[in-house]
Design a protein around this ligand. Structure first.
Ligand code: NAD
Length: 414
C-alpha cells in the first residue's frame, strides 16, 4: 500500500491554488514553505526513574495575517513533515474563515497510551519549557490536537505562567472553563462541521437521512451527538475507531454508544450494532460521511468505493489529492477540512478575545458567532467553486491562499 507524505500533499494543494490565482514564483515559493521551525529535545523522568528523551517541534507556517495558531499533537508516529502539513493547513483554515491569525502546529513524538498522568504532565511542562521563548499571545498560541486535551493545556499554561511570572491565560486555548477557557469549545469543531453540512444540504437541496463517522474520539463523538440536533434529522448507521467498525442500518443509539466508548475505551463489544471491519465504514452507502480520525484515510485505494452524498472533513487532511479527483468525478460533494473543521480554531479565537478582555460570553453567544463565521466561510468557498469550476478543496485553497498572499504583498514581503 502506497504511503503518503502529508507535507507533499499539502504543497501540491498550494501549487494548484497558486496556479489558478496566477501567483508569481516568489509568492508561491514563500507559501509552499514554513516560515519558521523549532525542533528540540525534552528529557522527561519516567515513573521507573529512567529518563526518556523525546523530540518536540513547533512550526509557524505563516504569520502574515496574525500570530500563528494551531494544536500540539502527542503521537508515536508523528513526523516533522506531518507537523509541517498540519501547520500549512492551519494557515489556510484561519484565512478561509477570516480570522486575524496565521497557521502553526506542534508535536511530541511519544506514545501517550504508555505514559502515566504524572509522566504526561512532565511531557507537557517540558514542552513549554523548551518552547516558551518562541510562543506568546502576539507570536504563536498553541491548542490541543490528537491525544492532548484541556488538562494538557492547563499544565502547559501553568508552566508558562511560572516561567514568565505573571498571569497569561491567552497563551494557549481550549483550556478548562475554570482557568480562562470558553463556553462552547468542546463541541466547536464538530458543531462547525455539522453547520457546514446544513449549509451544503441547503445549497444542494439534499435531505439527509443517515450518516457515518470514521474515528470516535473528541470530534467524532461530539459530531454524533450534534448531527440530529442541528439538522433535525438523520441516524448514525456506521462508525469506527482504531480497532473496529460498527454498522446498523436502522440507526445506532448515539448516547449509549458514547457511554460505551467512554467506559470501555473502545467501540468493540457494543450490543446495538453489527461489528464490521474498521475500514469498511468508509465504504457504506450514506448521505453524510464525517472522517474524524487521521490523515490520508480516503485515498486512491478506496475513493472509488465511497458511496457518500456529502463528506464533511472533521479530520485534518483525510483525503489525498488523487482521491479528491476520483470523488469529484463521482459527484461526491466534499466540504474540505479547512472549512469543515475550522469550528475549533474559530472558538479558540473567541477564547483569545475573551481572555484578553477578561470578559466571558455565554454559550449561546459563542455558538451564534461560530455559526456566522462558518456560514460566511461556506459562501466564500462555494462562490469560488462556482466561479472557477473546480473541486471544493481547491476552491477553499483558492480563498485561503489568496487572502494570505494578499497579506504578504501588503506587508511588502513579496
Ligand atoms: P482523538 O484522538 O480524540 O480521536 C481520534 C479517533 O480516531 C480515536 O477514536 C481513534 O481510535 C480513531 N482512529 C485512529 N485511527 C483510526 C482508523 N484508522 N480508523 C478509524 N478510527 C481511527 O482526536 P480528535 O480530537 O477527535 O481529532 C480527530 C481529527 O480531527 C484529527 O485529524 C484532528 O487533527 C482533527 N481536528 C480535531 C479538532 C478538535 O477540536 N478536536 C479540531 C480540528 C481538527
Amino acid at each position: 500500500m502506497k504511503t503518503y507524505n502529508s507535507f507533499d500533499v499539502a504543497k501540491q494543494q498550494v501549487y494548484e491554488a497558486a496556479k489558478i490565482l496566477h501567483l508569481d514564483d516568489a509568492t508561491t515559493e514563500l507559501l509552499a514553505k514554513p516560515q519558521r521551525e523549532f525542533a528540540f529535545t525534552m528529557p522527561v523522568r519516567l515513573d521507573s526513574g529512567k529518563v526518556a528523551v523525546y523530540e518536540g517541534y513547533r512550526i509557524q507556517y505563516n504569520t502574515a495575517r496574525g500570530p500563528a495558531k494551531g494544536g500540539i499533537r502527542f503521537h508515536p508516529d508523528e513526523t516533522v513533515d506531518v507537523i509541517r502539513a498540519l501547520a500549512c493547513w492551519m494557515t489556510w483554515k484561519t484565512a478561509v474563515v477570516d480570522l486575524p491569525l496565521g497557521g502553526g502546529k506542534g508535536g511530541v513524538i511519544c506514545n501517550p497510551k504508555d505514559l502515566s498522568d504524572r509522566e504526561l504532565e512532565a511531557v507537557s511542562r517540558g514542552y513549554i519549557r523548551a518552547a516558551a521563548d518562541f510562543i506568546g499571545t502576539e507570536k504563536d498560541i498553541p491548542a490541543p490536537d490528537v491525544y492532548t486535551n484541556p488538562q494538557t493545556m492547563a499544565w502547559m499554561m501553568d508552566e508558562y505562567e511560572t516561567i514568565v511570572r505573571k498571569h497569561s491565560s491567552g497563551i494557549l486555548t481550549d483550556k478548562p472553563l475554570q482557568i480562562g477557557g470558553s463556553e462552547g469549545r468542546r463541541d466547536a469543531t464538530s458543531r462547525g462541521g455539522v453547520i457546514a453540512v446544513r449549509e451544503a444540504c441547503k445549497h444542494y437541496h439534499i435531505k439527509p437521512e443517515k450518516f457515518s463517522i470514521q474515528g470516535f474520539g473528541n470530534a467524532g463523538q461530539r459530531c454524533a451527538l450534534l448531527h440530529k440536533e442541528i439538522l433535525g434529522t438523520g441516524d448514525l448507521i456506521a462508525v469506527s475507531d482504531s480497532k473496529v467498525g460498527l454498522y446498523n442500518p436502522k440507526g445506532i443509539d448515539v448516547s449509549k454508544l458514547v457511554t460505551h466508548k467512554l467506559t470501555t475505551g473502545s467501540l468493540a463489544g457494543f450490543r446495538g450494532a453489527e461489528e464490521i471491519d474498521r475500514d469498511r465504514v468508509l465504504e457504506i452507502e450514506t448521505d453524510i460521511l464525517y472522517p474524524a480520525a487521521l490523515e490520508n484515510s480516503i485515498n486512491d485505494k478506496n475513493a472509488d468505493r465511497i458511496k457518500a452524498g456529502i463528506i464533511s472533513e472533521l479530520a485534518n487532511g483525510p483525503t489525498t489529492p488523487n482521491a479528491d479527483l476520483i470523488l469529484f468525478e463521482k459527484g461526491v460533494k466534499v466540504i474540505p477540512d479547512i472549512l469543515a473543521s475550522s469550528g475549533g480554531v474559530i472558538v479558540s479565537y473567541f477564547e483569545m478575545v475573551q481572555d484578553s478582555s477578561s470578559f466571558f460570553w455565554d454559550e449561546e453567544g459563542v455558538n451564534r458567532g461560530l455559526d456566522l463565521k462558518i456560514s460566511k466561510g461556506f459562501r466564500s468557498v462555494f462562490n469560488a467553486l462556482e466561479e472557477n469550476r473546480i473541486h471544493s478543496r481547491l476552491a477553499a485553497m483558492v480563498v485561503g491562499v489568496a487572502r494570505v498572499a494578499e497579506a504578504c504583498k501588503i506587508r511588502g514581503w513579496v
